[in-house]
Design a protein around this ligand. Structure first.
Ligand code: CTP
Ligand code: CA
Length: 224
């Protein structure tokens, strides 16, 4: 018999993960985006599948292959990510928002390539929808897990997001040179209402297994 990598903590449960950056176009050839390789979100999707869950991965543009057994939905903009997520939340037990979503988009994207002039160029931006906030407002919302990447006040900022976005759990990580983005290792401070745990520096796939185990424990405690 094949040896299990993890216990089937999430057998029969559906997990929705967002991953990667979004792109907000200024014109047909240029966009605003966020630094994100998608590695953490893809590792979480893989770990949830290993734990027996039915996994859907809503992904912005990244260069990764979807993990085996995971259904991938590719999107580009924050709006598309939000729409793709909201149509699937009713069938979701656990939502994990790991995407680095652009907070702003050009108010009036140009239909044709913007030609350079001799002067500078000012961009007018508007807010994009916040997927986590929108799901949080639903009456029958899934178990909600968010991420927070911070350059300062890690725990204070993450705890604020835990509360303001109506989350069950948030995974916070520092953005420092060689940490967080586009690297294979990371460390997470995981916070929930009334508790926290540190997941020490490790390859993202091991970290993802640790986080999925923690999510499963809290999900089952809330569900029972
Ligand atoms: N998020 C989202 N939709 C957005 C922005 C963020 O779903 N438009 C989610 C992210 O996937 C993450 C969480 O919200 O799980 C926190 O994202 P973050 O950028 O840290 O928080 P913001 O609320 O956007 O606050 P700020 O960027 O000002 O720190
Ligand atoms: Ca943001």
């Amino acid at each position: 018999a094949a040896r299990r990598l993890t216990e089937p903590y999430l057998a029969g449960r559906s997990v929705l993960v967002t991953a990667g950056p979004t792109r907000e176009y200024l014109d047909p050839v240029r966009f605003l985006s966020n630094r994100s390789s998608g590695k953490m979100g893809y590792a979480l999707a893989a770990a949830a599948a290993e734990a027996g869950a039915e996994v859907t991965l809503i992904s912005g543009p990244v260069t990764l292959e979807p993990p085996p057994g995971v259904q991938q939905v590719q999107v580009e903009s924050a709006q598309q990510m939000c729409d793709a997520t909201l149509t699937r939340t009713a069938a979701t037990d656990i939502f994990i928002g790991c995407a680095a979503v652009a907070d702003y988009r050009p108010t009036r994207p140009a239909a044709q390539k913007i030609k350079k002039g001799s002067q500078g160029l000012a961009l007018e931006l508007e807010r994009t929808p916040d997927t986590l906030e929108q799901i949080s407002k639903l009456a029958d919302k899934p178990f909600m897990v968010g991420f927070a990447a911070e350059t300062e006040h890690l725990e204070t900022n993450a705890r604020h997001k835990l509360n303001s976005k109506g989350l069950d759990m948030i995974a916070a990580n520092w953005i420092k040179a060689g940490r967080g983005f586009e690297v294979d290792d990371n460390a997470l401070t995981v916070l929930w209402h009334g508790g926290k745990v540190e997941l020490p520096m490790a390859p993202k796939i091991y970290l993802a297994r640790g986080l999925i185990k923690l999510i499963a424990e809290h999900y089952h405690a809330k569900d029972s």
